[in-house]
Design a protein around this ligand. Structure first.
Ligand SMILES: [Zn+2]
Ligand SMILES: [Zn+2]
Length: 284
């Protein structure tokens, strides 16, 4: 049997850029080897470009735009940017039709078990419970192998979403509201019910429960997203999730995405080894 030696070992570095998140707009970018995949484009095209620039990124490096659903806070700038960058839009058929299915923009369908591929990024999706045409949670596998899950605007995590988000290196998860703050908020009862209902948004407690279910030793980063300005506080969301994951001994990085920015970037490293035959090894 041939012997092999580690010729080179290094970290394959994938980066997650948090451009902004909240009810006024959501956008993230996954970067690998100078190539970008945008995850949602829920600001104006100009604002997405401004936020990319502030993270030191160039729009022309965007190979594709993956969308969770058609609501403005997730897709506002998507079509204009897709045209500007000649980039395809990766989303469900329902989302694409709800966006008007323009003939001058390339579309790649994403469905559960039917991933779309662009520039080495693989984008898989799972249906979420939300009041949109065909909303998805997304999981991106970067060319270096890192898996990044994104799930927000979901009233409850479906079985498919729980399955999709397994064994991720990083998870962007909605922690929309503190249940007590929502209960005592000045929203009319019908709105409170919609937010807390099965087609609404995930609370801090529900996010913590889901993360405890998804937790594994390779989970390096959790980004809490889509925090409500009226019914949540960053400290409350972070404390709820940290308490729950801390009890399990999780040692990863936890942060909360903000609406206004500035953009923040996180490295998601994976060890990669190049193997070559050892000098004295006999073939066989
Ligand atoms: Zn939505
Ligand atoms: Zn939203």
């Amino acid at each position: 049997m041939a012997a092999f030696a580690v010729a080179a070992a290094g970290r394959v570095m994938t980066r997650l850029h948090v451009l902004g998140s909240g009810s006024a707009g959501n956008a993230f970018a996954v970067e690998q080897d100078g190539c970008l995949l945008l995850l949602d484009a829920g600001f104006s095209a100009r604002e997405v470009e401004r936020r990319l620039e502030s993270a030191g990124l160039a729009g022309r490096a965007v190979a594709g735009i993956a969308l969770t659903h058609e609501h403005g806070d997730h897709a506002r700038g998507a079509l204009r940017l897709a045209r500007r960058w000649s980039a395809p839009v990766l989303c469900s058929s329902g989302t694409w039709n709800a966006l008007g299915a323009p003939g001058d923009v390339a579309h790649q369908r994403v469905a559960y078990g039917v991933p779309a591929r662009v520039a080495g990024f693989v984008v898989d999706g799972a249906a979420t419970a939300h009041d949109a045409a065909e909303p998805l949670a997304l999981c991106v596998t970067a060319p270096g192998g890192a898996r990044i899950g994104v799930a927000y605007d979901l009233g409850r995590p479906t079985v498919a979403v729980r399955h999709l988000l397994q064994l991720c290196d990083a998870i962007v998860l909605e922690a929309n509201h503190d249940e007590y703050m929502l209960r005592v908020s000045d929203y009319p009862p019908v709105v409170r019910q919609r937010i807390a209902g099965s087609g609404g948004h995930l609370s801090n407690r529900a996010a913590a429960e889901l993360l405890c279910e998804l937790w594994h030793e390779g989970l390096l980063l959790v980004v809490l997203a889509h925090l409500s300005r009226r019914c949540n506080a960053e400290e409350a969301a972070l404390a709820t999730v940290q308490n729950a994951l801390g009890k399990l001994g999780w040692m990863g990085e936890l942060c909360a995405a903000t609406q206004a920015g500035p953009a923040r970037s996180y490295g998601i490293g994976r060890m990669a080894y190049d193997l070559e035959p050892a000098p004295n090894a006999s073939p066989g």
